[in-house]
Design a protein around this ligand. Structure first.
Ligand code: FAD
Length: 444
């Protein structure tokens, strides 16, 4: 008899996993709390676009979807920084030809659902999982009309996001570790609409950043010529969402802080008032499996968005789980045990990197010393392409380096570069640095 698998959550990770599992020959049922996104506009007010990079693309390639998804994506070759005077400076993400991709969350989700359904996965929308019996591998659902149903499976996968109900059930079991850490900042999405005839009003192929030390705004391009802006801003304090409760302050704040952007935001006040202010959290837990139930994606490891890796890490989870199912000949308990021991250190590493990158994005990218440090590292990478790979490139463009290894190598690089940058004349002398000696210190 074919094994029956239930996936709770038909978001990005649940739907990609459905594709992998249905291709393996399982009977796959996906239960999603929301309505079918093909029939409703579910994403109003949520992060409308995401940065898709190499780890995510690798998984999409394996299931044959990368080419199709690339067609919908806009390449972003680097960060375009906007200073307070509206002056621009560009910092490439990697070597020539390396870029990340802005993709619509909604269209990516729909493409994954369509593919999973075409291959034979069965989706049930408007079904909220309310209870998981981990001993009997049974799920309880409630629909919109409060009808309760119960279903039993051979295996359950919780892909139900940061506030996972499946993880909630595990939290009642013995020796289950769980932590959640909210940061002081929240976020609000705003829009720069397209210009005449769908033209882009800012450089199209870049991720725009307005770094302002304790806060920042970013903007990612959309295929219709618009940009989705996200303001990451403290909840409380002198400069905070709290202080902007009175709308009359909002315009002045934007005029002062983002003068070049505000000119392009005719609906700023309406967007600011109507779009939600959302919080940002890191969720960590362990173990990720109990009996026949396994957590994946944000349900197992939700992180803050500053490395653009949450979805990419979740897509990587799917690829690794599939590989382990190959290696164990579909022995789920062996594969799940290996999955959690392999993935947990990597999830913890990207959680830390994502928090660190917030400081880099909002503060350091405007700092000339930081930009010089990046330039030296990029030169080292050109001279020693396999020995010195900048941390951002290891994380974003190199799926063969695990997040935990990238983190450890990044720590070593930081120590070496701190020493290099201590030279008071570094601005003028950097080109004559002993580059071979610097690389040798890595001891890789
Ligand atoms: P989700 O996308 O949260 O999907 C979970 C699904 O489960 C949802 O459809 C939900 O409705 C459903 N569900 C929840 N509870 C239940 C229940 N009880 N019963 C049934 N269904 C349920 N990542 C990147 O890689 N790049 C980026 O640029 C990026 N930018 C981001 C920007 C912001 C502002 C935020 C907040 C996140 C960003 N992320 C980014 C992270 C990314 O959004 C998540 O990592 C990704 O969505 C995780 O996918 P998931 O399928 O695990 O969870």
């Amino acid at each position: 008899m074919k094994k029956r698998i239930a996936i709770v959550g038909g978001g990005l990770v649940g739907s990609l996993l459905a594709i992998y599992l249905v291709k393996r020959g399982y009977v796959v049922n996906v239960f999603e709390r929301r309505h079918d996104p093909r029939k409703t506009d579910l994403y109003a007010g949520r992060s409308i676009n995401l940065a898709l990079s190499t780890r995510g693309l690798k998984s999409l390639e394996e299931v044959g979807l990368a080419a199709k998804i690339r067609q919908e994506a806009i390449p972003m070759h680097g960060r375009m920084m906007h200073n307070i005077k509206g002056e621009l400076s560009f910092l490439p993400y990697g070597k020539e030809g390396q870029f990340i991709n802005s993709i619509s969350r909604a269209s990516l989700n729909v493409m994954l659902i369509n593919e999973a359904e075409n291959l034979g996965a069965q989706y049930t929308f408007n079904h909220r999982c309310t209870h998981v019996d981990l001993d009997k591998t049974t799920l309880t659902f409630q629909d919109e009309d409060h009808h309760i149903t119960q279903k039993q499976f051979h295996q359950i996968v919780g892909a139900d996001g940061a506030f996972s109900a499946v993880r909630g059930a595990m939290q009642f079991t013995d020796r289950f570790d769980f932590s959640q850490d909210y940061i002081d900042h929240g976020y609000k999405e705003l829009t720069i609409p397209a210009g005449h005839y769908g033209s882009f009003q800012l450089e199209k192929n870049a991720l725009h950043i307005w770094p302002r030390e304790s806060f920042m705004m970013i903007a990612l391009p959309n295929p219709d010529g618009s940009f989705t802006c996200t303001l990451f801003f403290p909840f409380e304090g002198k400069k905070s969402f709290d202080a902007l409760k009175d709308l009359s302050n909002v315009e002045k704040f934007f005029q002062d802080q983002f003068p070049d952007a505000v000119k392009l935001m005719p609906d700023l006040l309406k967007d600011f008032q109507e779009n939600p202010t959302s919080s940002l959290v890191t969720m960590q837990c362990y173990p990720w499996c109990k009996n026949n139930t396994l957590l994946i994606g944000d349900a197992a490891h939700a992180i803050v968005p500053f490395y653009g890796q949450g979805m990419n890490a979740g897509f990587e989870d799917c690829r690794i789980l599939n590989k382990l199912l190959n290696e164990t000949h579909d022995d789920w308990s062996a594969a799940a045990a290996k999955f959690q021991t392999q993935r947990k250190p990597n999830a913890d590493a990207i959680a830390k990197l994502a928090l660190d990158n917030f400081v880099e994005m909002r503060d350091l990218v405007g700092d000339p010393e930081f930009l010089l440090r990046k330039k030296i590292e990029s030169h080292l990478h050109t001279l020693f392409p396999t020995q010195w790979i900048p941390l951002y490139s290891m994380v974003t463009f190199n799926e063969n380096i695990a997040y935990a290894d990238a983190y450890a190598i990044g720590q070593k690089q930081k120590k070496i570069m701190d020493e290099v940058m201590r030279d008071p004349n570094i601005t003028t002398t950097w080109q004559s640095l002993p580059f071979q000696q610097i690389v040798d210190q890595l001891n890789l």
